[in-house]
Design a protein around this ligand. Sequence first.
Ligand code: BG6
Length: 472
Amino acid sequence: MDFGKKFLWGGSIAAHQCEGAWNQGGKGPGIMDLVTAGACGRPREICSGIVEGKHYPSHEGIDFYHRYREDIKLFAEMGFTALRFSVDWSRIYPNGDDEEPNEEGIAYYRSVAEELLNHGIEPIVTLYHFELPFRLLERYGGWSSRKVVDLYLRYCGTMFRALKGKVRLWVTFNEMNHLDPQTEASDIFTYMISGVKYSGMENPARELAQIGYLMTLAGVKAARLAREIDPENRVGCVFGLTPVYPVDCAPDHVMDAFLEMERQFYQVDAMCRGAFPAYREQEYRNSGILLEKEDGDEEDFRQGVLDFIGVNYYSSSVAHHEGDEGAEETLFGGVQNPYLEQSKWGWAIDPVGLRYTLNYVYKRYGLPVLVTENGLGAVDRVEADGTIRDDYRIAYLERHIGELKKAVRLDGVECLGYLTWAPIDLVSATTGEMKKRYGFIYVDRQDDGSGSLARTRKKSFEWFQKVIEEGI
Ligand code: BG6
């Protein structure tokens, strides 16, 4: 399959974390528009309506909606050859099930794509990055309904047609693999991905199994549709992958780590192997869960195999094991690794884990991989002279890019590109903070909503420019 020879360098952003303009341009409310800011150790509050006096960071984001030209110009100055951005479904179909799409929303994304192309930057579009129209939750209960699968496909079809000839690389979903029916989850995680709060589910294992099935099905149907509308389209799905290491070489521990790691892959298997995995259904049956399937689903899985796999990589963990009571848990399951340092938000820093993950994924599926997210959330200080010396970010990225190069040059991994999260400061998904910054570009926006929104190049800006110049 032809992806072109050019290695893609750039970054990823998501609409609800950067656009703002939450009720402008005909946009309806999306699920994340009802989530307040939290902090490390203080969960974001998920409201059932907008409550006056509460701060909802997505409402203004970093105002990318109005400033995208300025931001894209800065990305181009760094030498980007790709930008992954998400389309917010509620900008295209404000209620999710409207008869006609919102032309203003379509025009906006068309213009973002064109602006990128004018700067020689390949647009990569994520169709769902935690952005379910809120009304679909109210009317149909979100992703537990087949109706939502149909509406998602209609929305995808609208975008495939609207951006035909401009966008060739598509991502169906971001990180739906964090929905694991077998593991207790935090509300914010299940809500971000599916709109449903874990604590509100009557039978979480059953509901999450069905939601996971329907989202996976929606993903393969969308991949099929994309290629029907334009055979030039290449479709991927993005997975948040965390290597899980055994605590030692005791065979039981190795087995436990294997099983814990494997939990992240059933949807990748389903989308890359042309069938929903029988082992997963067996597992469900063992717990008394029967998936509601329909005739035609099997054919969709056969026809909807991905063209590439998007890997979001931040961190690794150690599998739960006997005697780990009291050990510090990691965000995505497992416990902390004593060999690794952590970010201020408790994310273990493990560059080798990136090489490990890329090898694991590529050698398991034989499909090209694209690093769709990698980066360090950190507190930045603006010096008296206005500079931001983010050497810690440079150190983090340098080590990860070093391991990426080993994966490509030494291990033969077919990697399409490397996109950082995020090239510009934006709202944190898990905490809603601004102070958890990832960018090469500083945005003057603080957690209390103050700030001029002005953009400033950090020290890492120039550094990444050189990385791109050097190439892979
Ligand atoms: C990824 C998500 O899992 O992690 C992004 O795709 C998110 O949306 C990123 O922003 C970093 O997480 P956080 O909570 O630090 O913003």
